[in-house]
Design a protein around this ligand. Structure first.
Ligand code: ATP
Ligand code: PRP
Length: 217
């Protein structure tokens, strides 16, 4: 039996790094994911009407936008994106997947300057971090290959994600300060959270129980 649009839950899924772990977690929680909710698929929206579910396959940084505007009821997204985008959404659950951390890094022989230049994909996080440290910096926004900046004199330091540490190591950089730990989160649209509370609560509980068991996804 197909459910009405009112009962359908739309979930914004991040393509890329988080995707595999996120879909595996949903499967473990008993969510029937259609075969074309897959990294190989070029489809951007997939529905499973019999389960009352619909999936949007989107860029990770856009997940909070879809959820804030209510075109998705729920989303899966990294805490880094939530901190950077500062969207008006509920953060429901730490899914514990795709762990990494945000750090300040630089050349090992870096010596302090009064107003360092900081290159980053995360200008808000960097701004807030250095403000809290009482340090004035000039933030330079980049969209990738951030580790290059100190090597070629574009910046004195970087703020970026560290996971294995391989990118820092291979570029001769060293981690200077740990800013915050990052994992992926389940987020919800504020109105959906009230209007679809039964379905959202049901999925929340199933996911929370999988996360609590802590089995590798
Ligand atoms: N080593 C890592 N580097 C970057 N993000 C990581 C890492 N490990 C886990 N993550 C998580 O994965 C998310 C980024 O995923 P992904 O790299 O697919 O997206 P993206 O940054 O939009 O990709 P792109 O590099 O194409 O711009 C981050 O928001 C973060 O929460
Ligand atoms: O500690 P590691 O395991 O090396 O992972 C960290 C690196 O991975 C990410 O870059 P990404 O691969 O997304 O490329 P980008 O330079 O295009 O952002 C991140 O921005 C770091 O550069």
């Amino acid at each position: 039996m197909d459910m009405s649009a009112f009962d359908t839950l739309t979930i914004a899924m991040p393509k890329g790094r988080i995707f595999g772990e996120a879909t595996e977690l949903l499967r473990q929680a008993g969510v029937p994911l259609p075969a074309d909710v897959s990294e190989d698929s070029r489809k951007l929206t997939v529905s499973a009407p019999e389960a009352g579910l619909s999936f949007l396959l989107v860029k990770p940084v856009d997940v909070p936008t879809y959820v804030e505007h209510g075109v998705a009821d729920l989303g899966v997204v990294g805490k880094d994106v939530l901190l950077e985008e500062a969207r008006d959404v509920y953060e429901l659950l730490d899914l514990g997947i795709s762990p990494c951390h945000m750090a300040v890094a630089g050349l090992p022989d870096w010596s302090p300057v009064l107003h360092p230049k900081v290159a980053t994909k995360y200008p808000r996080i960097a701004d807030r971090y250095f403000r809290e440290q009482g340090q004035q910096v000039e933030v330079i926004k980049l969209n990738g290959s951030v580790e290059l900046a100190p090597l070629i004199g574009l910046a004195d330091r970087i703020v970026d994600i560290v996971s294995t540490g391989r990118t820092l190591k291979e570029n001769g950089l060293t981690e200077l300060e740990h800013i915050t730990d990052i994992t992926s989160r389940l987020i919800a649209n504020r109105a959906s959270y009230r209007l679809k509370s039964g379905r959202i609560q049901d999925l929340y509980e199933k996911l929370a129980s999988v996360v609590e068991k802590g089995e590798p996804v």
